[in-house]
Design a protein around this ligand. Structure first.
Ligand code: TYD
Length: 391
């Protein structure tokens, strides 16, 4: 039985940044709605777009833009080496190779699989063996992997069964696969509805993921809560008959959290709609007051989630003068839908806005630390999620 979880109307594709020439042209909008299937507890988009329709060869996302993120990757690498001592490490969605670099420096043989040519080229230039392709059943060649990594890729996969089958095929008999994904419990409890966009086909819980793994003779033997992307899970997976010992207390902790959050009850999913609407009203109330006061607002960051937030709330040039982002490939482009210009962060010092709206709220601490000097001109931060607040 299916129930609607979030209906965000029609939206442009979030990572479809526009060039100045495209501003005079129309832009496609597609329905964006997610539902839960109560039989499998999997939350997925109702009207998935074909990957080819969204996929951008010049994908402008480079993992190494954030120091918080790089520190997270290095710690992960050290933990995995200490715990599993992997020789052959394969990463799916290896981006610019920044994680595999850490493994390579510590003596592992590494192989990256990354569909976006632009970021994969950067990895290759840095000496990381990278294959430019999507991953799935039948995809891997080379020796079986001792460690397979899929950080923040599950949501991007239209056919999860085919994807997971690829792990069963490529993983060594005693190998370990780790999957990191934002936890659905946080999406619901912390109102992170802006992480819903067309490029994210699914929104995962441990319950739903366990059901998928079962269909491919794989099992979960450990799980950790991690702070990335507003609260994620790192799930440790092996073959059914591998020797890895189950960490029952860790698993019970997460399953209990999911039952406490009501992930087995349809009304919890159905009730989310009202939270989304209220988040919009609260943010608009705040921005309207600020603008009536004659103050200026600039957006910080051009993340995909920012485009869901701005477009769903109807926030454009009427509230925000422009946004800034450190990613060179995004600078000079325009946000899809809202068409706000993306500038270099130096424009904050030039314009000295009264307020900075932090769109990648998952990095709010790093961003506020970096921009602490806006206090000199009385500048303040607005954090929109979980509920609009001025800091
Ligand atoms: P992110 O939250 O990773 O992604 P998503 O696109 O999945 O919603 O995006 C972070 C964006 O914020 C990315 O474009 C880089 C930018 N950014 C900065 O410009 N400066 C910073 O200090 C940080 C941490 C991020």
């Amino acid at each position: 039985m299916k129930h609607v979880f979030a209906d965000l109307g029609v939206m442009p594709i979030s990572n479809n940044f526009l060039t100045v020439d495209q501003l005079s042209k129309p832009e496609p909008f597609y329905p964006l709605r997610a539902s839960v299937d109560m039989d499998t507890k999997l939350v997925q988009l109702d009207f998935p777009l074909r990957r080819e329709e969204m996929f951008n060869e010049k994908y402008p996302y480079f993992s190494s833009q954030s120091t918080t993120w790089l520190a997270h990757l290095e710690t992960y690498c050290e933990e995995m080496i200490e715990r599993f001592r992997p020789q052959m490490v394969v990463e799916v969605g290896s981006n610019d190779g920044c994680l595999l670099q850490f493994f390579k420096e510590r003596g592992s043989t590494v192989h990256g699989i990354e569909p976006s040519a632009s970021v994969a080229e950067t990895a290759r230039k840095n000496g990381i063996d990278t294959e430019i392709s999507f991953f799935g059943a039948g995809a891997v060649y080379g020796p079986p992997a001792d460690l397979m990594i899929a950080n923040n890729v599950l949501a991007h996969v239209p056919n999860i069964d085919n994807f997971i089958e690829g792990f069963r095929e490529a993983l060594a008999p005693q190998g370990v696969a780790t999957f990191e994904f934002p936890h659905l419990v946080n999406l619901i409890q912390k109102n992170q509805f802006d992480t819903i966009y067309h490029e994210h086909y699914s929104y995962m819980s441990l319950m739903a993921f366990t059901n998928i793994l079962n269909r491919h003779q794989l099992r979960v033997f450990d799980v950790q809560e991690i702070s990335t992307h507003g609260g994620s899970l790192r799930v440790f997976v092996c073959h059914w008959d591998a020797k890895h010992v189950i960490n029952y207390s860790h698993l019970a902790w997460i399953y209990d959290a999911e039952y406490d959050a009501g992930l087995d009850r349809p009304e919890v999913y159905q009730g989310f709609a009202e939270h989304i609407k209220e988040t919009k009203r609260a943010l608009l109330d705040l921005l309207i007051d600020i603008k009536r006061d004659g103050k200026s607002i600039v957006g910080y960051g051009a993340p995909a989630k920012g485009n869901t937030l701005l477009n769903y709330c109807g926030i454009g040039k009427d509230f925000i003068d422009f946004v800034v982002d450190t990613t060179p490939a995004k600078q000079g482009m325009y946000l899809p839908g809202s068409r706000l210009k993306i500038k270099h962060p130096e424009w904050i010092e030039i314009e000295k806005p009264d307020y900075i709206l932090i769109l990648p709220w998952n990095f709010k601490k790093e961003i506020m630390d970096k921009l602490v000097h806006i206090r000199e001109w009385g500048g303040k931060f607005i954090v929109p999620i979980p509920r609009a607040e001025v800091i």
